[in-house]
Design a protein around this ligand. Structure first.
Ligand code: NAP
Ligand code: MG
Length: 496
């Protein structure tokens, strides 16, 4: 039995999961994962091939057509989803442990995400039972109209490394509630929890072939998935560059897309805000998941009259963010996913300084721990046209820009290709609502940041993506709408 407070004594190996069972690796390649927080090997997963993907898609299609899931009642689907939520909670320690080792997240954050994931399965179980259409009884005596929803079909699901389990939970139960079948390709470096979820679903009574996992590289399995002509919907979460490829590849069969891409999300701090609360929220929004988060608050847009005071409060908060071994429940700051990504983040800090930004705190890697970590970093004197204000850095690096009027604040917030999320800090309700209405973002927060849960939908404006996940919308997204006109009584003949 693994002691979840210590590093594993052996590397855990995973086969892959198709048609309700583990499939042996055979002669396929493997990918080994080093824990970002410790730099020791922790897992090995299979590198599946394009043929494996074709097989999994055929299995998912067969399962869809077999009607073992696509036409069963909402009550039956709900029962499976509720058992899956229990299955997740039963395995919380194990899931959190391996997720921490593969992602570098702090274990306390991981545990929170896994608890939250169980909540998504419970919520989607409710939607499975309440999903309904519309009836039109106002079309006159001779006509009756209905609008129904039915599952679209087979879904290809591609997920990133930054939130392997919670992003999965924001997708799978909603897709399953709709009655679809799924083939998932997790990021190669973080496949373990997706494979573990496949087993939990099967143990919860999900029929064979409804959820399948084909781990492998983006360039082979991912690219083949986005081009596949027997996948009806592709749900992709990741970078804007791969998102663009997904859009182009969807022309192969005009598959429906659900895209969640990047963000360069504003934290707008008005002078009348409770500045201590705002500093705490901005520190959390920056450091959560070490800034490797599509909704990280990475642009601080602060009113000029309080800029110096706010900077001081924020630096003080950032200096007290707890660092350490990511398996220690006290640790708050997680590790950076790969060496390459760490170099990219630190490169952005240098670019900012070259452009005239001032380093207010941080800016270096944290040398005190094994693995790779970046100090929470604040760049001031930033203009919104600088690279550090325009591009997604995906690390704990915050660019601070000052404003004088509400129009200026909103103008800066909206002057970006992304529109994923925005946070507004003020004690003036009029200002809060006006800013919330005018800001271009799919998720907005007032006097909080990165709050969420299954009830409210998530997704982005502009180049942050298409479609919405979670909430009732998250199930509807994976249904086709059908309209039905029923003529009653004797037909009034056209050919008389
Ligand atoms: P990415 O390359 O877009 O990866 C996301 C997923 O797409 C992974 O499963 C990846 O597989 C797969 N993929 C890669 N190439 C593909 C292709 N040609 N066809 C189909 N699928 C493909 O993102 P990343 O490399 O992990 O991170 C790069 C940047 O993306 C980050 O720095 C950040 O800016 C952004 N990002 C955004 C989010 C978000 O939640 N919005 C999440 C993660 C990253 P493999 O990884 O196995 O190759
Ligand atoms: Mg990549």
């Amino acid at each position: 039995m693994q002691d979840f407070t210590k590093l594993p004594s052996t590397v855990r190996e995973f086969d892959f999961f198709v048609d309700g069972k583990w499939i042996d690796r055979g002669s396929r390649g493997q990918s080994e994962r080093l824990s970002p927080g410790h730099d020791v090997p922790v897992t090995r997963t299979v590198r599946c091939t394009k043929e494996d993907l074709d097989h999994a898609v055929a299995v998912a299609r067969r399962a869809f057509n077999a009607k073992t899931w696509s036409t069963v009642s909402g009550a039956e689907r709900a029962a499976v989803l509720l058992r899956a939520a229990t299955g997740i909670r039963d395995k919380l320690d194990e899931l959190a442990y391996w997720e921490t080792l593969e992602t570098g997240k702090a274990i306390s954050q991981c545990r929170g995400e896994i608890e939250a994931a169980a909540g998504h399965y419970e919520y989607a179980a409710g939607v499975a039972r309440t999903l309904s259409g519309e009836a039109f009884n106002n079309l006159g005596d001779k006509m009756f109209g209905l609008v129904t929803r039915q599952p679209i079909g087979v879904i290809g699901l591609i997920t990133p490394w930054n939130f392997p389990f919670i992003i999965l939970a924001e997708r799978i139960p909603y897709m399953l509630a709709a009655g679809c079948t799924i083939v998932a390709k997790p990021a190669e470096v973080t496949s373990a929890s997706t494979l573990m979820m496949a087993e939990i679903l099967t143990e919860s009574g999900l029929p064979d072939g409804v959820f399948n996992v084909v781990p492998g590289s983006g360039s082979e399995v991912g690219q083949a998935m986005i081009e596949h002509v027997d996948i009806d919907v592709l749900s992709f979460t990741g970078s804007i560059d791969v998102g663009r490829r997904v859009l182009l590849a969807s022309a192969s069969n005009f598959k429906k897309l659900s895209l969640e891409l990047g963000g360069k999300n504003p934290q707008i701090v008005y002078a009348d805000a409770n500045l201590e609360d705002a500093a705490d929220g901005v520190a959390f929004g920056l450091c959560f998941n070490a800034g490797q988060c599509c909704v990280s608050g990475s642009r601080l847009i602060v009113e000029k009259t309080v800029a110096r005071e706010f900077e001081k409060l924020l630096i003080e908060k950032l200096s007290r963010v707890r660092t350490g071994d990511v398996l220690d429940p006290e640790t708050q700051l997680g590790a950076i996913v790969t060496d390459e990504h760490q170099a990219k983040i630190l490169g952005y800090v240098q670019t900012g300084l070259n452009e005239g930004a001032v380093l207010s705190c941080g800016g270096k890697s944290l040398e005190a721990h094994a693995g790779r970590f970046v100090e929470p970093t604040l760049l001031t004197n930033v203009r919104n046209d600088m690279v550090v204000a325009r591009e997604e850095i995906f690390g704990p690096v915050l660019a601070m820009i000052e404003f004088e009027t509400i129009d200026e604040a909103i103008g800066i917030a909206n002057d970006n290709i992304f529109g994923l999320s925005a946070s507004i800090w003020t004690s003036d309700i009029d200002k809060a609502v006006e800013t919330m209405r005018r800001v271009q973002a799919g998720r907005t927060w007032v006097n909080t940041t990165i709050s969420g849960g299954p009830e409210l939908p998530i997704g982005g404006f502009k180049q942050s993506g298409n479609g919405r996940e979670t909430g009732v919308y998250g199930v509807e997204e994976y249904t086709e709408v059908k309209s039905i006109h029923i003529e009653l009584g004797k037909r009034n003949h056209w050919v008389s």
